[in-house]
Design a protein around this ligand. Structure first.
Ligand code: CAA
Length: 379
């Protein structure tokens, strides 16, 4: 057992760190305040291979695997959590195209996504179907050489910038999860438009919108896999996606620790740096230990994926632990900053808001516990 990264993984981590330090960190606060989607930086990330890290080289990806992907995403999230979710959701859309797409889908969509020329999104959630995607009502009806889609999706990350969206809809009369199918929806498809943009607590530089379908005409060849496997496609994609959110959580938690330590070393109260008080030291120690645990749990899930082993349970464990941990880290970082931490002038205020959604999207902590418990009970 070797707890050691390969030279290639180290190199990717350093490359992502260097990029994030120069191109994201100095601007992340401004992007958050002004709700600016960092399109230019994201295009540059595409050029560096960061948008297709798990896509094989034959489809213009980096072919670097899930461990490298997690390491790079942690670095991006450390600097800008909004950019990290944009990167993570593009991977969430690439994964099902790689696993279930035809050769034509891979050439037309996967390769440009991997090159960073296209952005991706993943549309499952509806107003009345969040934790239970099986309850969705957006429906596709077969009409000759195309499907007509009617309904809506909400909270879709990258929605207004995405060139291709993995869209899950109901099809036919089957009411269970088996009645869902997946489509590749492209920008400009007739009958498809972007609805309201969400005004979010955090990740304010990421794009989160509603998608509206009014007799939206999707060509038959854009069906992903076959009819009736949409739920499975969503679950398989989310297994990988959850490694991404665990990695994003880790990046946020590391930034919280960095800010907390820097502040504790300079802030003086009672004639001493507050870092010399045990109350502060314990908070720093807890965060440092929990980051280490979340790091290895996340890389363990990623390594299982790289080895082609089942990793559903490990991905849920990593997502559950890392996201809850990031929220504790953010709470402590604000606490250490005292009143200053509550002010927008200090970075921990943004980190606190950015951390919050990690226990919610791509499956709430409650859903992760359900997935883990089912697997443990079945053993
Ligand atoms: N891999 C492959 N197949 C899977 C699977 C997995 N991980 N999980 C379930 N399945 C299969 C099951 O084997 C089963 O197959 P059969 O019908 O052939 O038996 C089928 O799917 C149904 O499974 P369940 O009975 O377990 O389904 P369920 O209705 O009980 O739901 C759940 C389980 C875990 C709660 C699931 O619904 C879930 O994960 N919910 C959360 C949804 C979610 O994460 N939404 C986030 C939206 S995307 C997002 O947030 C992106 C973003 O923009 C940031």
């Amino acid at each position: 057992m070797a707890f050691q990264l390969t030279p290639e993984q180290e190199m990717i981590r350093l490359m992502a760190r260097d990029f994030a330090k120069k191109e994201l960190e100095p601007f992340a606060g401004k992007w958050d305040r002004e709700e600016t989607f960092p399109e230019k930086a994201i295009r540059k990330m595409g050029g560096l291979g960061l948008m297709g890290m798990m896509v094989p080289v034959e489809y213009d990806g980096a072919g670097a695997g899930a461990v490298s992907y997690s390491l790079a995403l942690q670095e991006i999230a450390y600097a800008c959590a909004s950019t990290a979710v944009t990167m993570s959701v593009t991977n969430l859309s690439s994964d099902p195209i790689l696993k279930f797409g035809s050769e034509e889908h891979k050439q037309r969509y996967l390769a440009p996504l991997a090159r960073g020329e296209m952005l991706g999104a993943f549309a499952v959630t509806e107003p009345d179907a969040g934790s239970d995607p099986g309850g969705m009502t957006t429906r596709a009806e077969e009409k000759g050489d195309h499907y007509l889609v009617n309904g809506s999706k909400i909270f879709i990350t990258n929605g207004s910038y995405a060139d291709v969206i993995v869209l899950i809809t109901r099809i036919g009369s089957e009411k269970s999860n088996r009645g869902l199918s997946a489509f590749l929806l492209t920008k400009g498809t007739p009958g498809f438009r972007i609805g309201r943009k969400e005004d979010k607590m955090g990740l304010r530089a990421s794009d989160t919108v509603e998608l509206l379908f009014d007799d939206c005409r999707i060509p038959k060849e854009n069906l992903l896999g076959k009819e009736g496997i949409g739920f499975k496609i969503a679950m398989v994609a989310l297994d990988s996606g959850r490694i991404g959110i665990a990695s994003q959580s880790l990046g946020i938690a590391r930034a919280c620790l960095h800010e907390a330590v820097a502040y504790a070393k300079t802030r003086k109260q009672f004639g001493k740096n507050i870092g010399s008080f045990q109350a502060i030291q314990w908070m720093i120690a807890d965060t440092a230990a929990e980051i280490e645990a979340a790091h290895w749990l996340t890389l363990y899930a990623a390594d299982k994926k790289d080895q082609g082993l089942p990793f559903t349970r490990e991905a849920s464990m990593a997502k559950l632990f890392a996201s809850e941990m990031a929220n504790r880290a953010a709470y402590r970082a604000v606490q250490i900053h005292g009143g200053y931490g509550y002010m927008k002038e200090y970075k921990v205020e943004r980190l606190y808001r950015d951390a919050r959604v990690t226990t919610i999207y791509e499956g709430t902590s409650e859903v992760q516990r359900l997935v883990i418990a089912r697997e443990v009970l079945e053993e």
